[in-house]
Design a protein around this ligand. Structure first.
Ligand SMILES: [Zn+2]
Length: 865
């Protein structure tokens, strides 16, 4: 699944039942499901008929399986003369049904037959209803624990089975499922037709998929595997960018994996209402429209990259997750970390100009930031309830999981790692696996101590910090490394010991020197060179932070632009920033490092610089110091702006377009450059009037800059433009810009929109999150959310909405707001965002301490500049 990063259970909360996702007994286990559904879109319900072939391990009177919001009509167990009617006892809290028969079931194979009805709910999970202005659709989203809302089942990832699905739908509609459509016949009633799909491979229940409606598809193929991109009829042609990507990605994966794509066909379906970003159902990936569809001619680099990246992520899941599945949700990183790590490979191969290695360094930073809090968690964490399972889809599972894989891949070598991956997939195909299974595969293939390295990152929370020092003598450099656990809040002192591959880059040397660090302190001797500085995270592949003495940083600074790669520069900047936050480095030294980036031509690294300047502008400057920070930002960015200009040329590379967007955003948003602000407003006015479109890659920066400095007339124009936007990207660009206005009256109007049908439930939390990013809107947004909670709660409780909203509140930096958030959510509990709330409160506290300590230092540095 792809969460909506920067990503529930409404009915559960409404009925106030704590669900414990009680693990099912293993006496009875499924091997095959025959499922038939009659879907009634008008009445928003369905009728189901099911036969489950099961293995009974020992004689029993009871079969326990999962069911939620399902009404059983009739249940029998057994075949022929041995069939017995079963009584059904429901446990709403545990979401289980216990089927009880009068005489014990014999050991061996038998069948459960059930007839039932269910509702097509409007909560975007289970089997649910999705709507456009024209009509309704029925769609499924089962991960993690919602297959049980569509049919009674053994709804745990380890209960793998095959599924044969039949769907009866209205005559004008079609249906899409995991299997290939085998037959399509009219009836049973004159207004219906019935489609039968091929039996799936053995898989987990959370991967079953059904979509019903008037979807239309673009057809393609890769390596003789049929690929379709499907959408509502009006959006069919917006699938071309995705189709090109899907073909390239599938071909790439077929070459990488020893097992070629195992599921026969691949359908990719854009759904009008979808809670997550996308879902990797076997052979039938479902998507939110904005993440899949785009105008081929006017899509920005970011959108093209996003579409390719999410497709590559979901398609990687067909192997990591669908073919080999984690045994339980405590190892969700085996799905999400792997798909996140893998997705970058086909992108890097097809688009070297996208600088995917810098994106990887950014992903690492996302994980390191979260993992430096006290309220972090280990990659492998116990989870029991559906809410805990939902919350485990976080940056630790995705980005830290991927970062650790990259570190190990870099340590054992890409080819060896690939062999280990394939050995792991082949050993567990159509089955389940654990973290230990994976470690063993890589260790066996590589002959390295990976099974000692990985557990220190998988089972232990937190980030290692390496203190680096050098000493020179006898024409050799002794690099001393000391490890300890890093916290943003230095008052935390819990220890940690990692076994980690460390690669040290020495100036003038082509290849880094690598060693596995096992001790608290270790010295690496590099012969034949007397180095004044070293860079202790070569390639930025290591999952750790580094701290250099200030004299080493001073020696390194003039060489950063030439001797470090873009990912290394990014990691150095972020490590130094983290040390400032932890009170281990001076903000002035950090600003000196930043001031050396005036010639930075990598958009990802420059974006990092812009982001930090934005933070300083928001939090660490007084009214008196702020204009100086703006002037500093202008002096840093203006030469680059003079080089790339405001408008693009047809020959511009994607990287140059991205760089221009970053420079405009930094100057417009942080630097308050009057020239750039005026140009942005003019360009936007022209675009809104239809006279000259904005180059799509820089449109985001231009619209945001204009909105920050915008008035009511612009606000009205953006509302209108969002409504008549040509595609999802343009729609979202205008809609989300409403959260950037600074005037209180416009902030309030923007917030009110969250209560109207203009905003889909799936977008509510993300939309509100934008207001918390706006310093002038933050306080009003908190009042709005708390005072309209009854109306907002059902929309925010959509999967990932709760965590996104709570996470966005970490933008506060004052005790009053922190305490208000704590009190409000103590009374209005969000079970799937409990840890996120703790993290948010911790981040606000950290920010308060940082602000108190560093604001005078920022002012002093700016004054002395
Ligand atoms: Zn995923």
């Amino acid at each position: 699944m792809r969460c909506l990063c920067p990503t529930a259970l409404a009915a559960l909360l409404l009925t106030a039942l704590p669900a414990s996702a009680q693990r099912l007994p293993t006496i009875v286990t499924p091997s095959h499901y025959d499922l038939a559904f009659v879907v009634d879109l008008t009445r928003e319900r369905f009728d189901g008929t099911e036969t489950i072939r099961v293995q009974v391990a020992e004689p029993t009177l009871h079969v326990v399986l999962h069911a939620a919001e399902i009404q059983f009509r009739e249940v029998t167990i057994g075949t022929g003369a041995a069939a017995q009617a079963a009584t059904v006892t429901l446990d709403e809290a545990d979401q289980t049904a216990t089927l009880t028969v009068p005489k014990p079931l014999d050991k061996g194979v038998t069948e459960i037959h059930a007839r039932f009805t269910g509702i097509l709910n409007s909560q975007l999970r289970g089997f649910y209803i999705s709507k456009t202005t024209l009509r309704k659709y029925a769609v499924t989203q089962f991960e993690s624990t919602d297959a049980r809302r569509a049919f009674p089942c053994f709804d745990e990832p380890a209960f793998k089975a095959t599924f044969a699905i039949t769907l009866t739908v209205d005559r004008g509609d079609t249906a899409i499922s995991n299997g290939t459509a085998l037959s399509d016949v009219p009836g049973p009633s004159p207004t219906q037709h019935t489609m039968k799909f091929s039996t799936t491979a053995k898989m987990s229940s959370y991967l079953v998929a059904m979509a019903v409606g008037d979807f239309t598809c673009l057809d393609g193929a890769a390596d003789n595997i049929p690929i379709r991109i499907c959408a509502t009829p009006d959006k069919k042609d917006l699938g071309r960018v995705a189709l090109d990507s899907a073909q390239q990605v599938l071909h790439f994966y077929n070459a990488y994996y020893a097992i070629t794509y195992p599921f026969g066909k691949l359908d990719v379906v854009a759904v009008p209402d979808f809670a997550a970003g996308a879902m990797e159902n076997t052979g039938a990936i479902f998507y939110r429209e904005t993440d899949l569809l785009a105008e081929a001619k006017s899509a920005s680099v970011d959108t093209r990259k996003k579409i390719a990246s999410i497709l590559a992520h979901e398609m990687a899941h067909q192997w990591f997750g669908d073919l080999v599945t984690m045994a339980w949700w405590d190892d969700i990183w085996l799905n999400e970390g792997f798909a996140t790590w893998m997705a970058n490979k086909p992108l890097a191969a097809a688009h070297p100009e996208w600088n995917v290695d810098v994106d990887e360094a950014q992903e690492n930073q996302m994980a390191l930031a979260l993992d430096s809090l006290k309220a972090t968690r280990p990659i492998h964490s116990d989870v029991t309830t559906p809410a805990q399972i939902d919350e485990a889809f976080d940056a630790i599972a995705y980005q830290k999981g991927a970062a650790v894989l990259r570190m190990v891949e870099s340590y054992v070598g890409a080819e060896t790692f690939k062999k280990g991956i394939n050995a792991y997939l082949q050993a567990h195909a159509y089955g389940n696996a654990t973290s230990e299974d994976f470690s063993k595969s890589i260790a066996a293939t590589s002959g390295t101590p990976v099974e000692r390295i990985l557990p220190t990152f998988v089972n232990q929370p937190g980030v290692p910090l390496l203190d680096v020092s050098v000493a020179c003598g006898n024409n050799q450099t002794a690099v001393t490394l000391k490890q300890q656990r890093f916290f943003v809040d230095p008052s935390h002192t819990e220890g940690g010991r990692w076994q980690m591959p460390v690669c040290v880059k020495v100036p003038g040397r082509a290849t880094p020197t690598c060693e596995v660090m096992t001790e608290e302190s270790q010295t690496l001797n590099i012969a034949g060179v007397c180095a004044p500085w070293v860079f202790a995270n070569a390639g930025a592949h290591g999952y750790y932070r580094t701290a250099y003495p200030s004299e080493m940083l001073k020696a390194m600074a003039p060489r950063v632009g030439t001797d470090l790669t873009a990912p290394e520069r990014l990691s150095l900047l972020d490590d130094e920033w983290a040390l400032v936050r932890a009170g281990k480095a001076d903000v002035g030294d950090y600003l000196t490092l930043v001031s050396g980036h005036g010639r930075e031509h990598n958009s990802g690294v420059l974006e990092e610089v812009g982001r930090r300047l934005g933070f300083l502008h928001n939090y660490l400057t007084t009214d008196a110091a702020r204009p100086r920070l703006e002037a500093f930002t202008r002096s840093l960015m203006r030469p680059l702006f003079d080089e790339v200009g405001m408008t693009s040329a047809p020959a511009d590379t994607d990287d140059r377009r991205s760089l221009r967007a970053t420079v405009i955003a930094s100057l417009g948003i942080v630097g308050r450059d009057p020239d750039v602000v005026a140009k942005a407003r003019t360009a936007l006015n022209r675009a809104l009037a239809g006279t000259a479109p904005i180059e799509p890659t820089q449109a985001g920066a231009i619209v945001t800059t204009a909105a920050i400095h915008g008035d009511a007339a612009l606000f009205d124009a953006l509302v209108a433009a969002a409504e008549k936007a040509a595609g999802p990207e343009e729609h979202d660009r205008y809609l989300y810009a409403l959260a950037d206005f600074r005037q209180p009256a416009l902030v309030d109007r923007g917030l009110q929109l969250a209560l109207t049908p203009q905003l889909r439930s799936q977008d509510t939390a993300l939309y509100l999150a934008h207001f918390f990013g706006n310093p002038e809107a933050r306080g009003r947004a908190l009042s709005f959310v708390t005072s309209h909670w009854a109306a907002l709660e059902p929309k925010v409780m959509i999967f990932g909405g709760d965590t996104n909203l709570i996470r966005s509140m970490s933008a506060f930096c004052d005790a009053g707001s922190r305490d208000q958030i704590r009190l409000f959510f103590a009374e209005h509990k969000l079970p799937a965002a409990e840890r996120t709330l703790e993290q948010t409160l911790e981040q606000i506290t950290n920010c308060i301490a940082l602000r108190e300590k560093q604001t005078p230092a920022v002012a002093a540095w700016l004054a002395a500049r």
